[in-house]
Design a protein around this ligand. Structure first.
Ligand code: ADP
Ligand code: MG
Length: 387
């Protein structure tokens, strides 16, 4: 068990809080504030316990000076200023005298948001390479370090792993929720355990398949990635999305686990035609799983005690191509199956199709959850002190 936010006293202490406030911003407007909302419990807990709250977060990627203006945390600061019931300040500097002055002036229960940690990447990738000088500097600004940035826990950066090495530390409420839910569903021994995989790129997910295949009873594969599997079986997939670099992977895994991997038997094309899998023509582009596949998948799914979903069944963002994804979610909801959803677009599809409350857990971390499901450890969490 890792130490958590509840294991420390905060009265008057300077707390460095690493959040994941990496929200989508277009022309200075936040288009989805889920990550801000998810961070509030931890921020408010520290405010209520009279800490001086110093928040670090990254936003997007910073490679050039130009990237800075599109990836400033200033709009996030304005949003938090609106939401939080205390004084909230912003430091445009990620290091230096003006930042230090702002921290000295911070009173108990007040919040300071520091500009994007990746501004420190411009010279020598200091944040992303977990530079020791930068970690030491940031650690010197606080007394306790709380990491609530689950979405970056698969990275070893100065603002997470680096500071953790140097200050008394613990995980925040969001991080605790994410890890507890993932551990619970992966470690319980209930069967049938069904994995549903879809989405666009199989290359991101081969490790997930390899790790889960021995643990689960069946993997149902839809979405764009099914076409690489079908092509590896010499099925004509027309002009559907394919990843030729992974044909060999698919062949190998199908060979080894023939009975465990279930592929579509029909598809819906971009022209809205339903085609049997053996009847796809050259110009057809598969956009969704077909009705017979829905029947096949839901029949297996109904019996499940545990489900992990990573990737939508079709191009759900386009009107008319969310039927497969919707049918899977509906089946889970109706049968009340304990289900974890991982992956950024999968989470978006759940929200879009209105199933937010039907699941055991919808993970907020895309890359981090994929790494976890691949069986890898997450350095941002590993480094936190044990109880
Ligand atoms: P996640 O973010 O949940 O891990 P991915 O990023 O792998 O999922 O894939 C999500 C994307 O896959 C969605 O934008 C969706 O439109 C796309 N997709 C699903 N099915 C297909 C398909 N048949 N052809 C092309 N793209 C697809
Ligand atoms: Mg994605």
């Amino acid at each position: 068990m890792k130490k958590t936010i509840k294991d420390y006293e905060y009265q008057g202490k300077r707390v460095i809080l690493r959040c994941d406030l990496n929200v989508p911003i277009e022309n200075g407007i936040i288009t989805d504030n889920t990550r801000i909302k998810e961070s509030l419990e931890t921020i408010n807990y520290l405010i209520d316990n009279n800490a001086k709250v110093i928040i670090l977060s990254h936003l997007g990627k910073i490679k050039t000076e130009e990237d800075k203006k599109d990836n400033t945390l200033y709009p996030v600061y304005l949003e938090l200023k609106k939401i939080l019931d205390t004084n909230v300040y912003f430091s445009e500097e990620t290091s230096g005298k003006s930042l230090e002055d702002k921290i000295s002036n911070l009173k108990e229960g007040e919040v300071l948001i520091i500009e994007n940690t990746r501004y420190e990447d411009i010279e020598g990738k200091k944040e992303s390479s977990c530079d020791e000088t930068l970690s030491t500097y940031w650690a010197s600004l606080g007394d306790v370090y709380i990491n609530d940035a689950y979405g970056t826990s698969h990275r070893s950066h100065a603002s997470n792993v680096g500071i953790s090495k140097l200050l008394p530390n613990g995980i925040g409420f969001l991080m605790e929720k994410e890890t507890t839910k993932l551990d619970e569903i992966m470690n319980e021994n209930t069967h049938p355990f069904i994995v549903i995989m879809g989405g666009k790129k199989i290359s991101d997910k081969t490790l997930v398949i390899e790790n889960l295949i021995d643990k689960c009873d069946k993997i149902l594969i839809g979405g764009g990635m099914c076409f690489t599997f079908l092509k590896s079986m010499d099925i004509n997939i027309g002009s559907s999305i394919v990843d030729d670099d992974n044909i060999e992977f698919c062949k190998k895994i199908l060979n080894e686990y023939k009975d465990k991997i279930i592929l579509p038997v029909d598809i819906v094309t971009s022209n809205n035609e339903i085609k049997n899998i053996n009847n796809i023509s050259k110009n057809d582009v598969g956009y969704d799983i077909g009705p017979k596949t829905i029947e096949l998948f839901t029949k297996i799914l109904k019996e499940a005690k545990r489900v992990v979903i990573n990737g939508p069944m079709g191009v759900f963002e386009k009107e008319g191509f969310s039927k497969g994804t919707d049918a899977i979610y509906k089946c889970i909801k109706e049968n009340n199956i304990k289900t974890l959803v991982g992956g950024g677009d999968s989470a978006a599809s759940v929200n879009l199709l209105g199933y937010k409350d039907a699941f055991f857990h919808i993970s907020t971390g895309g890359g981090a959850t994929l790494e976890y499901l691949s069986g890898k450890s997450l350095p941002g969490i590993d480094i936190i002190e044990d109880k």
